[in-house]
Design a binder for this molecule. Structure first.
Ligand SMILES: Cc1ncc(COP(=O)(O)O)c(C=O)c1O
Length: 240
């Protein structure tokens, strides 16, 4: 945000204590998304949230649909998780092969016991497609061990409300995780702040494994300032 510099002026960085529980930051995000802080956890960008999910779940398999954001594969590999790609359909639609994904998830022969994680970027990077509500519900219900991660890094640019967020709010799907970030719509990529929305038991588990001081004071101040100024309009982006 253009005005983040003014937030920095107010912070004396020298001896500022960092809150490992991210209380002020999670509370600001709670007002922004309209969900209790117990459902929210911040990472150093969504990248760290993805890594933390791998470490928290220790999934036996991670299911992705290429072309998509490269970090699911990256973190899957460095966390010794089998990454299964079920490619999208032909351009220009690059449609998700939901039936194919479900079949691979259900028939996955696991090298180890453990969850199966599906990572869907929606809107997808680089193809822009958004997962349909029906497809998302099919994935959420397809296997008792599946966790569905919907990465909404570009969520604020969608021209309609997020189905994933609406489904999340119903409380029906405890296996749904949503990723959001301040890197894109707020332009704060260099400060590294993202957050995930997940069932409080998962947030609690992740609080135990996250690095205590993963969000630095400058990033914390900038995000809270950005949110206090009201969410920025993304209209300017669509004019270009
Ligand atoms: C779909 C998607 N998810 C997550 C990220 C990473 O965002 P962050 O800067 O919050 O780590 C990106 C960055 O390009 C992205 O395209």
């Amino acid at each position: 945000m253009l005005t983040c510099a003014s937030a920095f002026v107010c912070v004396s960085f020298g001896f500022v204590l960092i809150d490992p529980d991210q209380n002020k930051l999670r509370s600001a995000i709670s007002s922004y998304v309209g969900l209790p802080t117990s459902h929210i956890l911040c990472g150093a960008g969504s990248d760290e949230s993805i890594d933390m999910l791998f470490r928290a779940f220790n999934p036996s398999g991670c299911f992705i649909s290429s072309p998509t954001f490269s970090m699911y594969d990256f973190f899957g590999r460095i966390n010794q998780t089998a990454v299964v790609d079920v490619p999208r359909g032909e351009p220009p639609a690059f449609a998700l092969d939901t039936d194919g994904l479900i079949s691979r998830i259900q028939n996955f022969s696991r090298p180890t016991a453990g969850a199966k994680m599906v990572c869907i970027a929606s809107p997808n990077n680089p193809t822009g497609g958004v997962i349909a509500r029906k497809e998302l519900e099919q994935l959420l219900l397809c296997d008792p061990d599946v966790c569905v991660v919907v990465d909404e890094a570009y969520g604020e640019f969608m021209d309609r409300a997020s189905d994933a967020l609406e489904l999340y709010r119903t409380g029906r799907y405890q296996n749904l995780v949503i990723l959001r970030t301040f890197s894109k719509f707020a332009g704060l990529a260099g400060l590294r702040v993202g957050y995930l929305l997940a069932h409080p038991s998962l947030v609690e588990a992740m609080l135990q494994i996250k690095q205590p001081y993963n969000i630095n004071v400058a990033a914390d101040a900038a995000v809270r300032h950005c949110l206090s100024a009201g969410p920025p309009s993304t209209a300017a982006y669509s004019e270009h």
